[in-house]
Design a protein around this ligand. Structure first.
Ligand code: HAM
Length: 421
């Protein structure tokens, strides 16, 4: 049968799934320390919820997985969590606190490395405060998070796009500026101009557009005093915290709801054009949805991109594999209960499987294939003597150990490992 998955839908390998679970566990654990609550919103929503996000965004214009459901309602698979989060908060009448989501999103994009039509986002949204310290908290969370999963060498880019009013003024400036050069710009750039997505024109990677983009007046010249002050406070605090960042005045983000701080993290192994996360302030979105003014700031990480980076990282993989993989092989059914007893003794020490199928040599072949580090062989003789044959598959060595010494034996082996999970 042909293996023929939907384009842009990827079946994660067992290793990718394992790394994904590790990331999720770290996230849940760390989120506890930061007093973050979790949400599990539905993955299907009314299309109009997302359409209201604006003309500028490709996510909304071209990439929505929308369809008409049986009752005639236009619905879509969610392309991100921020808008649906606002919906849920409005529904629950909750306007304060930090909330996290970890789950699937869908965008009808052109698939490429790290870009899928079904992918996973891990997000944090903080609502109820416009204080810049809330922005800073997110950077602190991210620093701790990346440290715990051993992801290094990422780059942080930040920008301020000012208040909605600043943006409106700036868009007028950009309209005049690009109008002058439009005839020499790419068809993509022209189309954005037609749609009045002037800010998004700065996003173009087209070489034809780049010359003009680089000479465009930067948004930072048009920030009101309040926005300038906030941006400066954020930069100063990040410096005091030794969080290294670069300013990128062309950073405008792919969604329209942002104001003031916007940021993205990239990693050179992923290619500069693919961010591993993006976020910023969206103080106006609640007002638009609920009529109530509720400031908010947040980010979302693309989990498949982080998995890709971690799988290439030898330090991380050593860390992940530090949990010893042990197979217990009862030679005959008569040794099965004894195998279960050994399983109980070792269950906090490693990842265990009892293999009882086919013949012993096939089971050993499987252990090689699946990279078991240790195989514990128990036949009738070992059972009667309350002993175990321990085969170290990596070193090709064998030892006979009494069952009461087993735990200590493996604890010592564990101490010899370079990383302890
Ligand atoms: P976004 O930049 O559209 O922002 O997406 C955030 C992250 O999701 C990206 O940096 C990327 O890692 C990942 N991502 C996006 N599209 C794909 C794809 N097709 N395949 C794989 N990964 C992808 C948002 O979604 C905002 N809601 C973030 C936010 C939260 N802003 C404030 N709060």
């Amino acid at each position: 049968m042909n293996y023929n998955p939907l384009r842009g839908f990827k079946y994660p390998t067992p290793m990718e799934a394992k790394i994904g679970n590790f990331i999720r566990n770290v996230y849940y654990e760390l989120a506890q320390s930061y007093n973050i609550n979790f949400l599990n919103p539905p993955l299907l929503a009314k299309t109009k919820i997302f359409q209201s996000l604006g003309i500028g965004s490709d996510v909304v214009r071209k990439e929505l997985y929308s369809f008409t459901q049986k009752d005639g309602e236009e619905v879509c698979l969610i392309p991100e969590y921020t808008r649906i989060f606002v919906e849920q908060m409005a529904h629950d009448q909750t306007f304060m606190g930090s909330y996290g989501c970890f789950g699937a999103c869908f965008r009808y994009e052109r698939p490429q490395l790290g870009r899928y039509r079904s992918f996973t986002q891990m997000s944090i949204e903080t609502i109820g405060s416009s204080h810049y310290m809330k922005d800073i908290e997110l950077f602190c969370f991210l620093r701790d998070f990346f440290h715990r999963i051993s992801l290094t060498n990422y780059k942080i880019f930040i920008n301020s796009i000012g208040t909605m009013e600043d943006r409106r003024i700036y868009e007028g400036v950009l309209e005049n500026y690009f109008q002058e050069h439009l005839s020499k710009m790419s068809s993509n750039g022209k189309a954005k101009f037609e749609r009045k997505a002037f800010l998004r024109m700065l996003d173009s990677k087209d070489p034809e557009d780049l010359v003009y983009i680089l000479k465009a007046p930067p948004i930072t010249q048009f920030l009101c005093e309040e926005s300038q002050k906030k941006y400066q406070q954020i930069k100063n605090t990040l410096r005091s915290l030794n969080i290294v960042f670069e300013e990128n005045p062309l950073l405008v983000r792919g969604l329209d709801y942002y104001n003031d701080l916007v940021f993205e993290y990239t990693h050179e192994d992923m290619g500069a054009q693919s961010s591993i996360l993006g976020g910023g302030r969206y103080d106006g979105l609640f007002k638009e949805v609920t009529g109530k003014s509720v400031p908010a700031v947040g980010f979302a990480i693309g989990i498949e991109r982080v998995i890709y980076l971690l799988e290439k990282n030898k330090t991380f993989m050593a860390h992940l594999n530090a949990l010893m993989k042990i197979a217990i092989i009862p030679v005959e059914e008569g040794e099965y209960l004894y195998a279960l007893e050994i399983f109980q003794i070792l269950k906090t020490i490693g990842t265990l499987s009892i293999l009882y199928h086919k013949n012993v040599s096939q089971r050993l072949k499987q252990c090689h294939k699946e990279s078991y580090e240790y195989v514990l062989m128990i036949g009738e003789t070992e059972k009667n003597a309350r002993q175990v044959i321990i085969k170290n598959m990596f070193k090709n060595q064998e030892e006979l150990v009494a069952v009461e010494d087993l735990a200590l034996y493996f604890l010592k082996r564990k101490e010899e490992k370079p990383y302890t999970p």
